[in-house]
Design a binder for this molecule. Structure first.
Ligand code: TXE
Length: 485
């Protein structure tokens, strides 16, 4: 007797409702490869219901005082903190990431996202420009209205809350669509929003596929603002959908991030930091440093010690204590990882570590989507494996001889999201950071995140920035009011 699977529901106008078409998709647990819940296979009709609710709610929410919006959004943060374990476990089961990682990274960051913007709106400043005795100008920033928020499967609540928090904090109402692969924590968030007293219709979550729900959001003429995080291919579709309607669109897309280690670096720190930036979340973070470049004098030593430290990572059942590496999010993504590892060997690469499916961590996970941290050397620097985003636990390591050479390697990419530079020469750190074409440059660190800083990429890594004032400005419309003296 197969157990009846929990049906996740949409959250529209403050109510949990099923999809209009009453169709559901299997929600697969990556660690087992088995469905463990059902997610609404919603469509344009559900998006329409959400738009009506969001429009209705906007009239009041946009006029709610900053102090009141701040209070409610702070309450959401506190309730997430209260339910940390429940959210962390849900995120781990849904994504395949280790429970310890969800507990330490994903859920605390989601809470911080709400807390940051709930307090940021208490301290915003408006610009003014005085024209001698002619006129007085001030810039009024007003909420834009109903916004569409679309998020991916790798850091589900972390990235969705990074959009919901600023959008609502400045007075917009929202329709959010999490990835159909990882809907659970967005569903749990709606319960928290109800408990926090978020008024009906301010946040609406419509579950479903990109083609049925995502595209209905991006094409809707009453959703004038779109914030998207996902792959570059889909980001292009989102931009194409928004263009005819002159929508304001923010795109945070893929990356193929360089991680540069100079010979004078603190190698212990560089190796520890690089194992993290290579394999955190099974390498499924757009900021992961998948192209490692090491100055030749320390190349052999780095590779040997990096491989040794990588081999110490414990691949296991994500729910078990001590697991450093969990499951890949889906069969499709696992197949993509395997494809690139096979391609790397055809392109002349050497598998220095990993490279083939591991034995199942335990009986429960015998059909799960597991792949070991994989290190590939001896590849041509311009080969496909060094150019295309794999988005899995796979890195390449390439030697270099000069600073100009490695900067050319780093910049020879369609992407430009993030990079790391490891050196103890401060002058060189500044020089290299200025010359590398990425939206973020970490020096002697990785994934150190101050929520005030601009975050995002250039080239095919995206358009626009999230975080701090960048987010507050993206989700508001500036108006210049000029008053004659
Ligand atoms: O992301 P998609 P996927 C990369 C990674 C991955 C690739 C594709 O390389 O292999 O992107 O991953 C919704 N209109 N990143 O397929 O398709 C979709 O339902 C509107 C990097 O998961 O981009 C989901 O909610 N929406 C990324 C969201 O878009 C559409 C993190 C992202 O899905 C849509 C994840 C459409 N036409 C993957 N089609 C990062 N930068 O962090 C899909 N969606």
């Amino acid at each position: 007797m197969t157990p009846t699977l929990e049906k996740i529901r949409n959250f529209i106008d403050g109510q949990f409702v099923g999809p209009t078409g009453d169709r559901f998709l299997d929600n697969i647990e990556p660690a087992t490869g088995m469905p463990y819940s059902l997610v609404p296979d919603s469509d344009g009709r559900d998006v329409e219901l959400a738009v009506v609710a969001a429009e209705k709610a906007f009239a009041d929410w946009s006029k709610t005082t900053v102090a009141e919006r701040s209070r409610i959004i702070l309450s959401i943060a506190e309730l997430i903190d209260r339910d940390l374990e429940k959210f962390a476990r849900a995120e781990s089961i849904d994504t395949g990431k280790p429970l310890a990682l969800a507990r330490k990274l994903d859920i605390p960051r989601a809470s911080s996202n709400f807390r940051f913007f709930a307090t940021a709106i208490l301290h915003t400043e408006n610009e003014a420009h005085v024209m001698d005795d002619v006129a007085f100008n001030y810039t009024l920033r007003q909420p834009r209205g109903v916004v569409g928020l679309i998020s991916p499967w790798n850091l589900p609540l972390y990235l969705l809350s990074w959009k919901i928090a600023p959008a609502l904090a400045v007075g917009n109402t929202a329709i959010a669509k999490p990835s159909e692969l990882t809907p659970m924590t967005a569903y749990l968030l709606c319960e928290i929003c109800q408990e926090a007293g978020l008024p009906n219709g301010v946040l609406n979550i419509v579950h479903g596929t990109g083609s049925n729900v995502g595209s209905a959001i991006t094409a809707h003429n009453k959703v004038g603002t779109i914030s998207f995080t996902g792959g570059t291919v889909t980001g292009r579709k989102v931009a194409e959908a928004g263009a005819p309607l002159f929508k304001k669109v923010s795109l945070e897309l893929g990356g193929k991030n360089p991680n540069i280690i100079f010979a004078d670096a603190d190698l212990d720190a560089a190796i520890a930091g690089s194992v993290g930036s290579s394999f955190a979340n099974q390498g499924q973070i757009c900021l992961c440093g998948s192209r490692i470049f090491v100055e030749r004098p320390v190349y052999a030593d780095f590779v040997a010690r990096f491989v040794e430290k990588t081999a110490q990572l414990k691949l296991g059942d994500p729910l078990e204590t001590g697991s450093d590496q969990g499951a890949i999010v889906s069969q499709t993504q696992l197949d993509k990882v395997k494809f690139y590892v096979n391609l790397a060997q055809k392109e002349g690469g050497t598998i220095a570590s990993g490279g083939k499916a591991p034995p199942a961590p335990n009986e429960r996970c015998k059909d799960g989507y597991f792949f070991p941290p994989t290190v590939i050397t001896n590849l041509p620097v311009g080969c496909r494996v060094n150019r295309e985003e794999i988005f899995g636990p796979v890195v390449t390591i390439t030697p270099f001889d000069t600073e100009d050479e490695v900067i050319a390697y780093a910049n020879d990419s369609e992407y430009g999201l993030a990079s790391s530079v490891w050196t103890q020469n401060l002058t060189r750190a500044h020089r290299v950071a200025e010359r590398v074409h990425t939206g973020t440059v970490w020096v002697n660190c990785w994934l150190v995140r101050d929520l005030r800083v601009p975050f995002g990429g250039m080239k095919q890594s995206g358009v626009g920035r999230e975080g701090g004032n960048e987010a507050l400005h993206f989700f508001t419309e500036p108006k210049n009011i000029c008053i004659a003296k």
